[in-house]
Design a protein around this ligand. Structure first.
Ligand SMILES: NC(=O)c1ccc[n+]([C@@H]2O[C@H](COP(=O)([O-])OP(=O)(O)OC[C@H]3O[C@@H](n4cnc5c(N)ncnc54)[C@H](OP(=O)(O)O)[C@@H]3O)[C@@H](O)[C@H]2O)c1
Length: 267
């Protein structure tokens, strides 16, 4: 197994870098990185993050691209080539959720979740792998939601179960090639995530009561980068999330179903 990914002088591609965890990855990497490529759809928000980093000596490039489309993903790969970027780290962070029942979900939002959370993460990793310099790193942003089926967040939780499983498999496959793969599974974190996941028709689920598990983006990112550096395949940031994830993963399936049904019955 590789010993971990050294962050010093890295050349990193960060998807979903215009807000939340992605912007925080850029902030924490900037003092150490050589080059950062920030990717998202909102040009102005990306430029805002770039301006924040202007005090560092890191070269920051912004790539405006809709990663939920084949064209957007190809544009990013072409952007790297056109700018002579030779990445040795990709942080697959862009992702979104949808609060509410599957039956009443919009086809468009469901498709976008699968395209972004699963297809973009997989196909970008595939496209960047041949370009990845050594030592190389891949950091995938999954979720605590990956550890259990979640009624009223069903597609999101299933998509993140994919991310965790895929990452753990790649960690073993790519270790002999000098590439460290880590996956971070945050619990509830204050970002724009909830705003995007909420439904405009008010048909979403009340997600209050998660306060005990909430930790700031800075801590999530700090622990994620620490795991990548140490060569740990999976990290659950924050002690609360770490304990809860352990309970979820060890819980017999029958008990889990009973608890999930009880919770659904209360809403
Ligand atoms: N916050 C939480 O509670 C939490 C918990 C567990 C896991 N996560 C995961 O953390 C990751 C980051 O989310 P966040 O919490 O930081 O939420 P966020 O603030 O909403 O950030 C999402 C980022 O993804 C980008 N994005 C969305 N759709 C895109 C598209 N089609 N193409 C390119 N970029 C796109 C957004 O930028 P544009 O809108 O500019 O495109 C934004 O930069 C996600 O994978 C999420 O599932 C979050």
């Amino acid at each position: 197994m590789p010993n971990g990914f050294p962050l010093e002088q890295c050349c990193a591609v960060i998807t979903g870098a215009s807000s939340g965890l992605g912007a925080e990855f850029a902030r924490q990497l900037a003092p150490r990185a050589e080059v950062l490529v920030l990717v998202a759809r909102r040009a102005e928000a990306l430029e805002g993050v770039k301006r924040e980093l202007s005090g560092t000596r890191t070269k920051v490039l912004c790539c405006v691209s809709d990663l939920a489309t084949d064209a957007g993903r190809s544009d990013l790969v072409a952007f790297l080539g056109a700018n002579g970027v030779k990445p040795n780290l990709i942080i697959n962070n862009a992702g979104m959720g949808d609060y509410g029942s599957f039956a009443s979900s919009s086809t468009e939002k469901t498709r976008m979740q699968i395209e972004l959370n699963i297809t973009a993460l997989t196909m970008l990793t595939h496209a960047v792998l041949p370009l990845l310099q050594r030592p190389g790193g891949i950091l995938n942003v999954s979720s605590l939601a990956s550890t259990l089926p979640m009624p009223e967040l069903a597609v999101y939780a299933a998509s993140k179960a994919y991310v965790t499983s895929f990452s753990e498999a790649l960690a073993i496959e790519l270790a002999p090639k000098g590439i460290t793969v880590s996956c971070v599974c945050p619990g509830p974190t204050p970002t724009n995530f909830s705003k995007t996941a909420k439904r405009t028709d008010g048909g979403d689920t009340n997600r209050d009561g998660q306060g005990l598990l909430r930790i700031p983006p800075s801590q999530v990112v700090h622990e994620a980068l620490g795991a990548l550096q140490a060569g740990r395949p999976c990290v659950f940031p924050g002690w609360g999330v770490a304990i809860v994830s352990r309970v979820f993963r060890l819980m017999p399936r029958g008990i889990m179903r009973w608890l999930l049904k009880r919770r659904a019955g209360k809403e």
